[in-house]
Each structure stands twice: as C-alpha cells, then as structure tokens.
Design a protein around this ligand. Structure first.
Ligand code: A5A
Ligand code: MG
Length: 469
C-alpha cells in the first residue's frame, strides 16, 4: 500500500462504510455496509463481556459539579469537553458536559448503590457515544470528535487484589476480541505522563498501521482508590469497617473497525474476518439467456444449504457484468465468492474464490458442500490472522543505540530498547528523538546487566517507542 492515508479514506467511501462529509468536523455517518460491520463487531464484544459484566446505559450529560470533582481527571479532559449551556433561550443554572468518557457520570451512582461487601464486585459496561473536542488532526474512525461506539467497562471491588485481577481479566478479554478480528497488538504499560487521567496505571493495546505508525486500540486502567475517595464510594466490610472500593475501567472505540480494515486490506480493498463480515459467501451467477432460471434456482438452493449451517450468504443477481461483481465483492471483502454458470451446473460444481489469496478451487455441489465452505472460511480466517501478526512482528526492531531510533522509526519500525524506567530519562528520550514512548513492554531480570539506552543506568525494562496516531 503506497499511501495508507489515502487508501483508508477512499475505501471507507467506496465500500460504503462511513461518509465524512457531515458538516461538523470529526463527525461522520455510519453507512449501511459499515453499520453491519459495526453491528457484528459489537455482537462479538458483547458476547465476551456478558459472561462476567452487566450492560447498562447512563445519560449523556454530566453536571459540571461532578465532572470537576476529580482534579486530575478533569485536568486531563478540560480542553476536550463540549458544553451544553442553554435550554432553549435560557442559560442553564449549571452547564452540562457531553461525556468525554463516563467515570464522573457513573461513580456518583456507584456511591449510592454500593453499601456493603455484598454489593461487590460491581461490573457494568455501556456502549455509548462520547464526545471529545480533539485538537490533533481528526480522521474517520481513528480520531473522531463524536466517538459513536465507545465501549466502556467500569468495576468496583472490595480488595486491591481483586482489582488487579480484573485488569488482567480485561486484558485477556481484549486479547480474545482482537484475536477473533485478526488484529495484532503490542501490550504495554503506559509511562506516567501518558496514563489515563486519574488512574494508577494504564495498560494499552497498540497495533501497527500499514504506514508504520501505531494506533492505540484499547486501554485497561487500574484506578486504585482515587475515584473512590473523590466520589465517596465506600462499603461496610465483613469486619464491620467502612472502606473505599478499588476500581478499574477499560475502553474500546470505533478505532477497532479502523484497525481491522487496515490490518487486512490491500490494493483490491477489504478482507473482512468472517466473524464480522456482513456476508461470509457471495454467490455470483453467470447468466445467459438460455438456462438462466436453472442457474438462479441452484444459487438459491446453495444459499439455503449454507444458511442452514449458520453462514451469511448473498446472491448478486444484479444485471451487470460478472467482472464488475467480482470487483465489487473483492472491494467489500467477502471471505468467499462462489461462481456458478450453466456449464458448472452441468458438471455439478461451483468455483470458490478466497478473498485473501484470490485462489480458486472447484467444489462439488453434491459432496459436503457446506463442510467444504466452512473449511475454506476457517483457512481464510487463519491466514488473515497469521499474515497480520507476521506484519507486526516484522515491524518491531530492537536497538541499543539511541541515535539509530529516528532512522528505524522513519523506516516503518516500532523500536524496542532497554530503559531504566526513570520519568525524566524517558521524557528526554522522547524529546531527543521526537517520538512517543508507548510504554513498558517487558520487565527485565534485575541481574540482566543490561544498560539504559539513554543514561547507561541499569535497565529495568524493555520499552517501545514509535510514531503514533
Ligand atoms: N474510561 C476509559 C476506559 C477511557 O476513556 N480510556 S481512553 O481514554 O483510553 O479511551 C479508550 C479508547 O478509546 C482508547 O484506547 C482509544 O482506542 C479510543 N479513543 C480515544 N479517543 C478517541 C477518539 N477521539 N476517536 C476514536 N477513538 C478514541
Ligand atoms: Mg486523547
């Protein structure tokens, strides 16, 4: 892909995913095909979350008084909040914030709901739109001002240990989610200066986009007791004592769809993982005047057989050249296309073509048709997954020489390096190179003898630095 930015912009429009011409910067429309991808992506995530979390929905407006309570948190978001100041012609007594995220909407209610250790843990999530007046360059799905599909989970626990475990659980859940979508990721602990405002620490998932820049695609935050103290979220423990809860939160956005599109796309368009593809199989009839009905009937029959095993199937019977249909469904990324013409019908076969490698295979219409197609789809998904992971692994490079960092990053790599972990040292590394430290990728053994790339002190970590979105 020569120019990822341009490719991404064009594919969103050509594949009918979003339309960004809405007259407010950073806000776009989910178009029908995109909306379906969004729907299946949400279904997948909800299935994972519903095992251990309950879905709720909070109001979109937050009173200024609540938003302002947690000092560090509000500081982190103060330049990004949209305000509602009027009701009709009248100025409101208290201005209301459009939620940039929902800690300050949810936690005052947690304070009311949580009374005793019996009420804990509480694990709620919501799928909602949030608003951030982003000052960095906006891009469809990647950095928007109305995040239309914000998935945020918020938990409260009786002990620190449980909250720590919850962080691990969300990391595990997000891994599973990204694995199903074939999106490769690097997980790191963000440095202090890039920690979520108000959190003790932030664990982040980043993927590498085709242009070598990283995109943060999800975060899990250990909130400790900061918000509990601010919003007075306490419970009576078994020992009769009143204690503050420990909290976590985790979030994903529309960016997941962007990362999925970027991970698998090529010059011909999208390749959608079957989990979220609006169609698993697109049947393309090759029609001539003679025998047209027979071919179409057989297509219907194939569709029914495949739907019976749970596949999503469409028949493209538009009155246009077959070549154009192939082009369109390659662009839209259907995993498998089936071609059926009069001669195939005579021979009782169909030609199946995989979107990932464009390989064609002949499939017998009477012999385990559905099984064979399921098998092809499984191979297709597996290949998407391994190709995208290979890309990520090929684009991480270690160096022990600070001077080499900019060149490596400009060549498209995320750079790993040994680091002492000191804040000032980290900030100097960012300043000198001009790039962002993603965070700590790995802890080093105390006895490793390895030295920090910058100050030569004993290295405690392997950290990552990159050009970020
Ligand atoms: N309450 C916590 C979960 C929170 O808000 N975390 S967060 O600020 O890190 O946002 C969660 C995720 O939303 C981020 O990891 C990022 O992937 C995504 N995100 C943040 N701002 C975004 C924006 N302007 N456009 C699209 N996605 C965004
Ligand atoms: Mg931000």
């Amino acid at each position: 892909m020569e120019n990822f930015s341009e490719w991404f912009h064009n594919i969103l429009e050509e594949a009918n995913i979003t339309d960004s011409r809405y007259p407010i910067k950073g806000m776009a429309i989910w178009m029908p095909y995109g909306f379906q991808i969004r729907k299946y992506t949400l279904e997948l995530l909800k299935e994972l979350l519903d095992k251990d979390n309950d879905e709720v929905l909070f109001p979109m407006l937050v009173p200024e008084k609540e938003l302002a309570k947690e000092g560090i948190h509000v500081k982190g978001f103060e330049d990004e909040v949209y305000w509602v100041t009027k009701g009709g012609q009248k100025d409101l007594n208290e201005q209301l914030a459009l939620r940039p995220t929902s800690e300050t909407a949810i936690y005052p209610m947690y304070s009311l709901w949580i009374r005793s250790h019996i009420d804990l843990p509480i694990k709620y999530y919501q799928i909602a739109n949030t608003f951030r007046y982003e000052t960095k360059h906006t891009r469809p799905l990647i950095r928007v001002r109305e995040i239309t599909t914000f998935k945020e989970a918020h938990t409260a626990h009786a002990t620190k240990k449980e909250a720590d475990e919850q962080v691990e659980d969300y990391i595990k859940l997000y891994k599973e989610f990204f694995n199903d979508l074939g999106i490769p990721y690097l997980i790191s602990k963000r440095p202090s200066w890039d920690t979520f405002p108000g959190a003790d620490y932030t664990m982040a998932f980043d993927t590498i986009m085709p242009d070598g820049k990283t995109l943060q695609i999800g975060t899990v935050h250990n909130l400790g007791q900061t918000f509990a103290k601010t919003f007075d979220i306490t419970f009576e423990d078994k020992d009769g004592e009143h204690k503050y809860v420990y909290q976590t939160c985790a979030g994903l956005s529309d960016r997941v769809v962007a990362a999925m599109i970027a991970s698998h796309g090529d010059e011909k368009g999208l390749s959608l993982p079957s989990m979220v593809s609006p169609n698993h199989v697109t049947i393309i009839p090759i029609l001539f005047k003679k025998g047209k009905e027979d071919v179409l009937n057989k297509c219907e029959n194939i569709k029914e057989q495949l739907e019976a095993v749970g596949l999503r199937v469409n028949i493209d019977d538009r009155d246009i050249r077959p070549g154009k249909k192939f082009y369109d469904w390659e662009l839209k990324g259907t995993p498998i296309k089936l071609e059926l013409g009069p001669r195939d019908l005579e021979n009782n076969i169909t030609i199946a073509m995989r979107r990932d490698n464009l390989e064609k295979v002949e499939i017998d219409l009477d012999d385990l048709l559905a099984d064979n197609i399921l098998n092809l789809i499984a191979k297709y998904d597996k290949n998407l997954n391994s190709k995208s992971w290979a890309f990520l692994e090929d684009h991480v490079k270690f160096t022990a020489d600070l001077n080499e960092v900019p060149k490596l990053i400009e060549d498209g790599y995320v750079v790993s390096f040994n680091w002492c972990g000191d804040d000032d040292c980290g900030k100097q590394i960012e300043e000198e190179t001009g790039y962002d430290i993603l965070g700590i990728y790995e802890e080093l053994d105390g006895e490793s003898g390895l030295k920090c790339i910058k100050d030569g002190e004993d290295a405690k970590y392997v950290a990552l630095i990159a050009k970020t979105y």
